[in-house]
Each structure stands twice: as C-alpha cells, then as structure tokens.
Design a protein around this ligand. Structure first.
Ligand SMILES: [Zn+2]
Length: 84
C-alpha cells in the first residue's frame, strides 16, 4: 500500500568560515581526491575566500513531513477519474 507524504523543498547555504557573513558558492571546479571535493568562493565581494568542501553548495533538499497525508477513502477512485 502506498502512503503519501508532503515535502517542503529547502535551499541549504554554507556560511563562509572566513568572514562569517557571506555564503559559499560552488565554482564547478572539482578536486579529484577520494571523495572528490568541490571548490567554492565566498559571495561577499570583500571576502571572496576560496574554500574546498566535500559537498557542493548551495544545495536543494526536501524535508519530508513525518505525518502521512490523509485522503478520503475514495481517493484512489478520484485519482483514476482524473487520469481518464
Ligand atoms: Zn567570506
């Protein structure tokens, strides 16, 4: 039986560890280490620090609601009608 949960998309930023004001943006340059690392630049122009992280930022994630969605008992029938 399928159980449906709602999700909330969120954007995860990484705060610059140098200026602690800007956010790190992946430059697209990867360092071939194991695991591979991603070069980032601080988006604050006065800082512009280069930082290497294992994960590329900004990153989109989905937060899944812990409570399943509730539908009326005939939901599946309504879904079929919507498709046809
Ligand atoms: Zn910075």
């Amino acid at each position: 039986m399928e159980i449906l949960f709602s999700v909330v998309p969120v954007c995860v930023q990484f705060q610059c560890p140098v200026c602690e004001t800007g956010y790190l943006i992946a430059t697209g340059k990867k360092l071939m280490s194991n695991p591979p690392k991603h070069e980032h630049v601080c988006n604050r122009r006065l800082c512009s620090s280069i930082v290497v992280l294992e994960t590329a930022y900004p990153q989109l994630r989905n937060i899944v609601n812990s409570e399943p969605l509730e539908f009326p008992p005939d939901f599946k029938e309504q879904e079929k009608k919507a498709i046809n």
